[in-house]
Design a protein around this ligand. Structure first.
Ligand SMILES: [Zn+2]
Length: 449
């Protein structure tokens, strides 16, 4: 008999992944329980399986029941800018004009820590309201904005990765650091925050246009000095951006080679977009085992282009891909909606992309890309209990659409409902978000809202 002192159970429908549905039949990669039981102890998954079988081992277990709700692992956003929250959906420009007109003035306000704290709280509330429990986050050039973000994430016990933007040219003067100050500040932030509780650090040159070669040399040095940290940046998003990049680095034959030259292309590197990559660049990303963050709402909004997901998956090894909302060029915090837009982007290129493949990218796929699949990504025993409760009847239309699936409760029917959720879904579908087995904390819970 197992003592139930620190144990808590969750009962309902569960869906997660144990394999990659881009490599194998979906049924082989997916785990579905129409009546499942998740047992959590001290924030980690203690047991997981069919209620009818597992319950016998835990006769006194206190259980929270979600009989008609679908529980999935916490969603992972692989590319998002927290300071751009208040300028989301700014009208009418492509990347470079959009940065100058909207983004840089907004980011300039983050040198004030009080402003950064308010926005970090708002941003994390939005993530949690949409079921996102882990994200790879860009801040601004100001270290205060990094501290504000990590402090807010830590108060909520979140598993988050972030870094100070490095930017020493081609931006307004008040937003520029220098190669040496960016190195020193990043160095201090890594020592303060990397591997602190559930937090990790990502070296964050914005993109090649806003960094001198000297700054990129030092970004590479940080990666060498701290092998456990990440790199995040942008790559090959927009045609004018690529043209300007190659003018600034005239000795390089393509965009990726610039990052390669400075030692930034490695297995813990996450490149946002990669829309206009050549076959050669795709092959080199595959060989380096780097990751691409596919950000469809952003790519459509800025008119950047269509990411070739099928090409990234056809390579050997396939390139690790995760989904990014890319707020504020992206138009929704919802990873469900992002899956829906990813479907449209692939569909426009004559390719298939199922709701289950989308959910894989947003859970186990994203966790693998971040090399965090020993901690998050599915309901495997021993992992951290970050998960989301989806209400399949959250709106009248959704209720109508999923009624039959909830009667059948088969994987096929639920997968069909999940796809509908990616088309119709938003924060209303997220009934609850759990962090380490406890209801997620919002700014109001922490007295900072
Ligand atoms: Zn971005």
């Amino acid at each position: 008999m197992i003592s139930c002192s620190d144990l808590h159970g969750f009962r309902g429908l569960f869906l997660d992944f144990i394999g990659d549905p881009f490599d194998d039949f979906e049924a082989n990669c997916t785990r579905f329980f129409a009546d499942g039981l998740l047992v959590v102890e001290s924030g980690k998954i203690k047991d997981f399986g069919e209620y009818r079988i597992l319950k016998k081992q835990y006769p006194e277990l206190e259980i929270t029941a979600y009989p008609n709700q679908l529980m999935i692992p916490g969603l992972i956003d692989l590319h998002v800018h927290y300071p751009q929250t208040e300028m989301v959906a700014a009208y009418g420009e492509q990347l470079l004009e959009w940065l100058n007109k909207y983004t840089f003035p907004t980011e300039a306000r983050f040198k004030h820590q009080a402003h950064a704290q308010i926005m970090a709280d708002f941003f994390l509330d939005e993530l949690l309201r949409h079921g996102t429990t882990t994200a790879l986050v860009l801040t601004t050039v100001f270290p205060e904005s990094v501290d504000a973000f990590f402090e807010a994430a830590d108060r909520r016990h979140l598993r988050m990765i972030a870094g100070k933007v490095m930017m020493d040219r081609n931006a307004p003067k008040e937003l520029l650091d220098t190669a040496s100050t960016s190195y020193e500040q990043s160095h201090q932030l890594i020592q303060k925050w990397h591997d602190y509780h559930r937090l990790a650090y990502a070296v964050t040159p914005r993109f090649a246009i806003t960094s001198t070669p000297e700054q990129l040399v030092l970004a590479g040095r940080l990666l060498q000095e701290y092998p456990g940290i990440y790199l995040q940046t942008h790559l090959s998003e927009n045609l004018k951006e690529i043209q300007l990049t190659l003018e600034l680095f005239p000795n390089n034959s393509d965009y990726l080679s610039i990052y390669e030259q400075f030692g930034l292309v490695q297995s813990r590197s996450v490149f946002a977009h990669g829309i206009h990559l050549s076959d050669g660049e795709f092959n080199r990303l595959s060989a380096a085992q780097s990751t691409i963050a596919f950000c469809p709402t952003s790519n459509l909004f800025l008119g950047s282009g269509l990411f070739k997901l099928h090409t990234s998956q056809s390579l050997n090894p396939s390139i690790a891909v995760g989904l990014g909302t890319d707020i504020g060029a992206g138009t929704s915090f919802s990873i469900l909606q992002t899956i829906g837009e990813a479907y449209k982007v692939t569909h426009l290129q004559g390719q298939a992309f199922s709701g289950l493949q989308g959910l894989f990218l947003a859970t186990l796929g994203g966790a693998r890309a971040l090399q965090l699949d020993d901690k998050i990504g599915n309901f495997q025993i021993g992992k951290e209990a970050d998960f989301v409760v989806l209400d399949l009847q959250a709106t009248p239309l959704l209720s109508l659409r999923t009624r039959q699936a909830l009667e059948e409760k088969t994987l096929e029917a639920i997968a069909d409902s999940l796809f509908a959720l990616t088309m119709l879904g938003d924060d209303r579908m997220v009934q609850a978000t759990y962090i380490m087995g406890k209801p997620a904390l919002f700014a109001t819970d922490l007295g900072s809202g």
